[in-house]
Ligand binder design. Sequence first.
Ligand SMILES: [Zn+2]
Length: 107
Amino acid sequence: MSKPDRIYPKWRKSIPVRVELDILRRAEQQIESCEHCTPDEAEIPFDYVLDTLTGCDPETTDYVLPKSGFCPRCREPLRTGFWRWYDSEDDGRKLFLLPGTLVTLKK
Ligand SMILES: [Zn+2]
């Protein structure tokens, strides 16, 4: 059985950053479409758009949104990425990764 301190070990380095609503709105304004409505074209993670607006380090930042962002074309929710290192007794150190929604940007 895993204990919580093994799922979220102390050496985890990601920093939760709260995104203000106006930053979220500016991010949405830069987006043309997302992986749901243009799956062959969307290849930029939504987190990258937030990185450019906030100046945060993508390696260590977990974004916390004040509310869901939405794709301006299809209104699907935009998800931010999430990653955690964890220690598995059987397999050693592993990375759990949930990538953010992929988007295309306005030209
Ligand atoms: Zn979309």
